[in-house]
Ligand binder design. Structure first.
Ligand code: FAD
Length: 379
C-alpha cells in the first residue's frame, strides 16, 4: 500500500495551485459578491487543458487519471468552491456521461469540444417535484418520426444559463419504471429549450444555477445518449463520478478553512498572546486537520478505485458524506476562530462557510448518501 501521489499527480496539483493562486484567488470574493460566472478564468482553464483531465487525448482531453482531475478540483475549490464545482460537474458528470455512453460520433461532436473546454456541459435531472425522489420526475420525451419531443420543467441546473451541451433526462416510457428514463444531449439554442434566470443563492454564488423549460423541444433521434430506457442507470453512474468531485470540493474548502484558521489564530492577539496559544482554539485546529486528512484519504481512495476499474459507488458516497459534513463542521469552527471578523464580508471564512453548505445537498443529500451506503452494507 502506497500513501503517495505519483510525480505527475504532484506536478499537476502544484500547477493547479499556482493557477488558482494567480487567477482564481484574486477574484473569488468579487465573483461571489456579484454572482458572476468568470468566463475569463474558464478560457484560461481551457487553454491549460484543465477542462477534460481524465478524458482520453483522442477526444480532446489530457488523458490523465480520475485522481488527477480530483486533485485539480480540490486545489481550485481551495480558492473558489464555485469554480471547482463548475469544473467538477462539467468533467465528472457531463463529459463522463458521454465518454462512457456515447457513440463514436457523439464523442467527436460533443465530448471533444467539452473536454477541450470550448463548450460547457450541464446535467439536467432534478425537477421541482423530483429532487431526492428522481422517479417522481414528469418530463417526457415522445418519439415523433425522426425526433423525440420533450416537455417538462427542470430545476437547479448548474451551468443552466452558461452551458452549451445539456444532458437531459426524460421519460420515454414511464410505465417501464426504472427502465423507462432516457438521456438526451441537447445543445444550447435548440428551439423549445429555455434556460431560466440565474438563482440567487446563499453560497456557491458564481456557479450559475437555473430552471430549464422544455416546450415541444424536438431533439433528433441521434441525440439519444446510450440506449433508450438506460437513463436512470447512467444518471446513477454519473453521480458516482460527480460525488468524488464534490468530496474533493469539500476537501478544498476544509483546507482553506484550516489555512485561514492557522494564519489568523497566530496573528490575532488577545490577553497579550496569539489566540492559537489557547487550548480551546488549538484543539479546534487539531480536529480540523485530522478530519481534513480523513476526508482527503476517503476522496482519493474513491478516485483510486475508479482508476483501478473497481466498483466505487459506496466509497464515493462515503467520501462525499464525510467530506461535506466535515466541511460544514469546520467552516463553522473557522468562523468561530475569527470571532466577529469571521462574520463579516471580506473574511474568506465567511464565504467558505456559505459555500460548504451546498456540498451536503447536491448530487444527493447527506441523507441520500446514507441510503446508498446502508443499501450497500446491509445487502
Ligand atoms: C446550487 C445547486 C446546484 C444544483 N445542481 C444540480 C444540477 O446541476 N443538476 C441537477 O439535476 N440537480 C442539481 N441540483 C439539485 C440537487 O441535486 C437537489 O437539490 C438535491 O438532490 C435535493 O433535492 P431537493 O432539493 O428537491 O430536496 P428534497 O428531495 O425535497 O429533500 C428535502 C429534504 O428531505 C430529505 N429527504 C428526502 N427524501 C428522503 C428520504 N427518503 N429519507 C430521508 N430524508 C429524505 C432530504 O435529504 C432533504 O434533507 C442542484 C441544487 C442546488 C441547490
Amino acid at each position: 500500500m502506497e500513501f503517495k501521489l505519483t510525480e505527475e499527480q504532484e506536478l499537476i496539483r502544484k500547477n493547479m495551485r499556482e493557477f488558482a493562486d494567480k487567477y482564481v484567488e484574486p477574484i473569488a470574493a468579487e465573483i461571489d459578491e456579484n454572482s458572476r460566472h468568470p468566463a475569463e478564468v474558464f478560457k484560461l482553464l481551457a487553454e491549460g487543458d484543465w477542462m477534460g483531465i481524465p478524458i482520453p487525448g483522442e477526444y480532446g482531453g489530457a488523458g490523465a487519471d480520475y485522481l488527477t482531475h480530483i486533485l485539480a478540483v480540490e486545489e481550485l475549490s481551495r480558492s473558489c468552491a464555485s469554480t471547482g464545482f463548475t469544473v467538477s460537474i462539467h468533467v465528472g458528470i457531463a463529459c463522463m456521461l458521454v465518454l462512457l455512453n456515447g457513440t463514436e460520433e457523439q464523442k467527436k461532436k460533443y465530448l471533444t469540444p467539452m473536454a477541450k473546454g470550448e463548450k460547457l456541459g450541464a446535467f439536467v435531472l432534478t425537477e421541482p417535484g423530483a429532487g431526492t425522489d428522481v422517479m417522481a420526475a414528469t418530463t417526457t420525451a415522445v418519439l415523433d418520426g425522426d425526433a423525440y419531443v420533450l416537455n417538462g420543467t427542470k430545476t437547479f441546473t448548474s451551468n443552466g444559463p452558461t452551458g452549451d451541451f445539456y444532458m437531459v433526462f426524460a421519460w420515454t416510457d414511464k410505465a417501464a419504471g426504472r427502465k423507462g428514463m432516457s438521456c438526451f444531449i441537447i445543445p444550447r439554442g435548440t428551439p423549445g429549450m429555455t434556460p431560466g434566470e440565474h438563482f440567487r443563492k446563499m453560497g456557491l454564488r458564481s456557479s450559475q444555477t437555473s430552471e430549464m423549460v422544455f416546450k415541444d423541444c424536438r431533439v433528433p433521434k441521434e441525440n439519444l445518449l446510450g440506449k433508450e430506457g438506460a437513463g436512470l442507470v447512467m444518471a446513477m453512474a454519473g453521480f458516482d463520478h460527480g460525488r468524488v468531485g464534490i468530496a474533493a470540493q469539500s476537501v478544498g474548502i476544509i483546507q482553506a478553512a484550516l489555512d485561514e484558521s492557522i494564519r489568523y489564530s497566530k496573528e490575532r492577539v488577545q490577553f497579550g498572546n496569539p489566540i492559537s496559544r489557547n487550548q480551546a482554539i488549538s484543539w479546534m485546529i487539531a480536529n480540523m486537520a485530522t478530519e481534513l486528512q480523513a476526508a482527503r484519504f476517503l476522496t482519493y481512495h474513491a478516485a483510486w478505485l475508479k482508476d483501478q476499474k473497481q466498483g466505487f459507488s459506496k466509497e464515493a458516497a462515503m467520501a462525499k458524506l464525510f467530506a461535506s459534513e466535515a466541511a460544514m463542521r469546520h467552516t463553522i469552527k473557522a468562523v468561530q476562530i475569527h470571532g466577529g471578523y469571521g462574520y463579516c464580508k471580506g473574511a474568506k471564512v465567511e464565504r467558505l462557510f456559505r459555500d460548504a453548505k451546498i456540498t451536503e445537498i447536491y448530487e444527493g443529500t447527506s441523507e441520500a448518501q446514507r441510503m446508498v451506503i446502508s443499501g450497500n452494507v446491509l445487502r
